[in-house]
Design a protein around this ligand. Sequence first.
Ligand code: GLA
Length: 391
Amino acid sequence: MVIVRMKPVRAAAAEAFREIFGREATALARAPGRVEFIGNHTDYNGGSVLGAAIDRHVTVAAARSEQRRLRLFTKDGPAVLELPSDQATRVTGSDAWANYPLGVWRALADFQLPRPEGFDLYVSANLPSGAGLSSSAALELAVALVLLKIAGRDRIDPATLAQVGRHAENHYVGVPCGILDQGTIAHARAGQLVRIDCQGPVFSLVPFPEQAALWVFNTREKHALVDGLYAERHRECQQAAQLLGVNWLCDLRPAERPVWEAQLPALLARRVRHVVDENDRVRRVSDALGAGNLAETGRILVESHRSSQHNFENSTPALDALVDQLANERGVYGARLTGGGFGGAVVALAAPEFTRQAAQRIGERHAQVHGLQPEILELHAADGAALLELG
Ligand code: GLA
């Protein structure tokens, strides 16, 4: 695990912690958000993905408490949430964000890892939530690092860290996500994409092309049913795998499509087509990046989006419109929705000649039709989750 020196973040979070809890924090961690570069809904179907951590973060400060009590505060929240340790189960309403840290605390016990019996915890972020950039996985991993640290453990291998976060989300938040978000955030390195072959899972790094830029256009559109729709797609994939008698949809070959399509109802056949072709697109993008072919990479990103739009049906008119604009823009190689879908953000791969003015023009045109001005971020592939020094 890397220990990073970062004065401004350290000072601000430690100071806020002191103000709120009237004592000193003893652990500090920072975890980045992520973009899904390619590999849409392939992770829980036994396929591959390419993701990158981004230079927007969740920061968490904590201290152990000798009382069996958990106190949690988020910078955007109204008040400190306080729970006795033996009643730390599910919370609802404006406290629902706390299900992530509480889930991690419970997951640590499930993994037989050390955890404090009481703690105070402070969270801040410069990462938009609900944008498909995985603020929830970032929160999970930063929380896991500080809780382990205040329980006396300042090292954990990234694969276990990722599994703890995923377990918290699957079992205690209730979202049946795959390993993409937590795996990327745990393993990321600046200037690299993280490749995950999810059946292992096996993690490796692939250089992000130096001469390319990564832009995110967050529609700010949040679908109220996002988690429910994600779970519905997950169920559809499981149902299709069952009908076809395979463990993983990504073990099916694109060339055998007529065989498996004949065994499925039309809707499930479309879902499977997306997953199987998408997994192949991860392979093709890896090859194109290896050959330094950014134009081809961009074309495959747009293909991925079209498949989301028509086959997996996890896009929205606002996401489609942004991809349409970006795909026709000079200096943009390609663009696609990133993450679960049903709202959130588009990621674009661009040449350095694509400027902020051009991005803003696209944003303004988008706002005229869709009402909402997208949040535009130029991002860099960043380092993964890490403890920070407190001084
Ligand atoms: C969300 C999930 C991931 C993955 C993507 C879609 O981000 O958390 O596990 O399934 O959607 O690829």
